[in-house]
Design a protein around this ligand. Structure first.
Ligand code: ZN
Length: 295
């Protein structure tokens, strides 16, 4: 039997509802999306807390409220952001994980560690200018170590976001020194639309990353695609044994009629089934990723 498919739904990031009206903001909206996406075949939800007007929210109590509301209604695994784009200080970035760590029910199962630095600026070929010129996304080695060790100590599994080959090499070092444990959960971040700081959303763009997965390690890897349709790369990902991380947070999916997150998950689940990769249940995803049931 072929390996089960873990679908992570990336429901909102910090995108506007002008892109797709189904992007959830409030804890109740995010919990609704979690329930619907779980039913459609997702076993992990990646979320960002938002204020009711959609602006970024960094209040630990709101993160705890979201996690609690999701856990009340579904068994989906929860992957929370650290608010990295707007909260600079490492200690603050880990704040909601640490505060929630006391009570396992409101602690997420995963949180993101980006294992390197890159430029987030996008180029506009029409005007031949960059839209921004100073959006650097800095994750020093010190930050990576602090976050990886802090999460591991709190019982939260790091999801390691990989934007380029050096991020993969840092992942190998973190495994080698025992700062993170196997099986590692790696998320390859691809980007279309002239994001020059990431690999393009094509099979070759992805292959250049997974060629450098740390050797002889137990790793499950998934792929997200910013500003592009993950369907374009999904057949290659399924064939190579990877997992899928679609969502309205990355792309509005106009070509599918601006679907909800759950409708999008349904499409990717069907694609997986057609390729012999049945969507994993939450318990199956736990086993594959080494997440204990107590968390
Ligand atoms: Zn995110």
């Amino acid at each position: 039997m072929m390996k089960k498919l873990i679908i992570t739904v990336r429901v909102n990031e910090y995108v506007s509802r002008e892109r797709n009206k189904h992007v959830p903001f409030t804890p109740d909206e995010i919990a609704d999306a979690a329930v619907e996406c779980r039913a459609a075949g997702a076993s992990i939800i990646h979320l960002h807390a938002r204020n009711p007007d959609g602006s970024p929210c960094h209040t630990p109590a709101v993160y705890a409220e979201i996690v609690g509301k999701i856990r009340d209604r579904t068994d989906i695994l929860i992957d929370s952001t650290l608010g990295v784009h707007t909260v600079k200080e490492d200690e603050n970035r880990l704040q909601h994980i640490k505060l929630m760590g006391q009570k396992s029910r409101t602690r997420p199962d995963f949180a993101a560690v980006d294992t390197g630095s890159t430029n987030m600026d996008t180029y506009d070929p029409e005007t031949k200018t960059f839209k921004t010129v100073n959006k650097t996304y800095i994750n020093s080695t010190e930050t990576c170590l602090f976050l990886a060790k802090g999460m591991t100590a709190s019982g939260v599994k790091p999801h390691l976001s990989i934007w380029a080959v050096p991020f993969m090499r840092m992942t190998g070092a973190l495994l080698d020194m025992g700062a993170i444990h196997e099986p590692a959960y790696v998320q390859c971040v691809l980007a279309d639309g002239w994001h020059v700081g990431a690999h393009p959303g094509t099979p070759r763009g992805l292959e250049a990353l997974i060629d450098f997965l740390p050797a002889n390690r137990r790793i499950e890897w998934t792929v997200c695609l910013k500003d592009g349709n993950l369907m374009n790369v999904a057949p290659f990902i399924l064939e190579r044994g990877g997992h899928l991380a679609p969502g309205l947070g990355d792309y509005p999916y106009a070509e599918f009629g601006y679907p909800s997150n759950a409708q999008l998950v349904h499409r990717f689940a069907e694609l997986g089934r057609a390729a012999g990769r049945e969507p994993a249940t939450t318990d199956e995803a736990r086993v594959m990723l080494g997440i204990s049931k107590e968390t």
